[in-house]
Design a protein around this ligand. Structure first.
Ligand SMILES: [Zn+2]
Length: 111
């Protein structure tokens, strides 16, 4: 495994832990809202439901990102990391620094 791969593997793993933690927290706060529901008024209940929807959307987004990270980590193990999944060209390091889970090079991502 190259130093570059090691660097990005660490980055990806740290990011995955952050996302998992964020999802745990968001689940916990959602449970707390549900427990509260009998005691809150109608307006604040609507508010609570909206907040729940938002936190669900956030969880979905994070789960998707975790999936992308898992695939990127798999590509590192298979020594395919940094190659575009579509054209096979190397993905620019700058692009990977911005998004270490990026599966496509900038050209293919634009299509
Ligand atoms: Zn490409």
């Amino acid at each position: 495994m190259s130093d570059n791969d090691k660097y990005f593997e660490k980055l990806l793993k740290t990011r995955r832990i952050e996302l998992e933690k964020a999802n745990e927290l968001s689940e916990q706060s959602r449970d707390a809202v549900q427990l509260d529901q009998t005691s809150v008024g109608r307006v604040s209940r609507i508010d609570a439901i909206q907040r729940q929807e938002m936190s669900k959307a956030g969880e979905q987004r994070r789960l998707k990102e975790i999936c992308r990270i898992q695939s990127a980590l798999k590509r590192i193990v298979q020594d395919e990391y940094g190659d575009c999944l579509k054209c096979g060209e190397e993905i620019a390091v700058k692009r990977l620094e911005f998004d270490p889970a990026a599966p496509l090079c900038i050209t293919c991502a634009k299509i």
